[in-house]
Design a protein around this ligand. Structure first.
Ligand code: G3P
Ligand code: CA
Length: 248
């Protein structure tokens, strides 16, 4: 399909493979013209940053409880069901950055971006911003990273820590994203795709990355297709898709 919409792999290729796993990220790396990969981070009891969407491990592993109450060693024992593939483990963000490797180099001809969503609006995880900024600089990938969060104070802290950080404001309505972005000096708006409650001229020239609900592995795909050109006309420039392979 020919479109100027930028396509991201949401939690990796998370419709056909288990979300936020090395397998889902490896599959995303195999796609051409991918704009980037989105993932979620939480923090363990012993202050490691791990890639998992929920505050709890229950939905995606056989474990029961909160990420914040397990050490990294304990979390690594849990399995993530992957169908015909080997079961996966919860990755650290450092492991994922190492997997993406040179593809995060802006000079690479197949370069991609990495959207790190800090999942800190329920538990604020003190020190999370410092840890991720330090790691991003240690790995030399700061030019490839977009940080996002639903928690405005976290974006404010990221801006203090790194005045050059690229920030995406997450919210449901795009009007709320815009309001917060103005206070934060943020670069991009990350609204829910059905909550575009501003006319296109109010957001013209801005980066608008829309997120979706949709089905996740191991649910079956519905076969439904989005009209990316119609979304583009609403002012959306990028989409986070569970099944980016359907559009690339
Ligand atoms: O970052 C966009 C999107 O991922 C936000 O929603 O629940 O999938 O993390 P969620
Ligand atoms: Ca997310």
């Amino acid at each position: 399909m020919k479109t100027d919409m930028k396509v991201w792999a949401h939690r990796g290729c998370s419709q056909r493979y288990p979300e936020n796993t090395m397998l889902a990220f490896e599959k995303a790396l195999g796609l051409g013209n991918l704009e980037g990969i989105e993932l979620d981070i939480q923090m363990t009891k012993d202050n490691h940053l791990v890639v998992i969407h929920d505050e709890r491990v229950d939905r995606t592993t056989e474990g029961v409880g909160y990420v914040k109450d397990f050490t990294l060693k304990e979390l690594k024992k849990f399995h993530i069901y992957a169908g015909q593939h080997n079961s996966q483990e919860i990755p650290t963000i450092e492991e994922v950055i190492e997997l993406l490797g040179k593809r995060l180099n802006p000079e690479d001809e197949k370069r991609i971006k990495l959207n790190i969503e800090l999942k800190n609006s329920i538990y604020s995880y003190p020190g999370m911003e410092e840890k991720i900024v330090e790691l991003v600089y240690k790995k030399g990938i700061e030019k490839a990273v977009v940080y996002s969060s639903f928690y405005a104070l976290s974006l404010e802290r990221l801006r203090e820590l790194d005045p050059t950080a690229v920030l995406g404001v997450l919210d449901t309505k795009i009007s709320d994203c815009l309001y917060k972005a103005q206070g934060l000096g943020a670069d991009a708006l990350h609204p829910f795709w059905k909550s575009m409650d501003l006319p296109e001229e109010r957001i013209k020239g801005r980066t608008v990355r829309a997120w979706f609900g949709g089905h996740l592995f191991p649910e079956k795909p519905t076969g439904g297709r989005l009209d990316l050109d119609a979304l583009r006309r609403k002012g959306i420039t990028d989409v986070f898709l569970n099944e980016p392979e359907m559009y690339l």
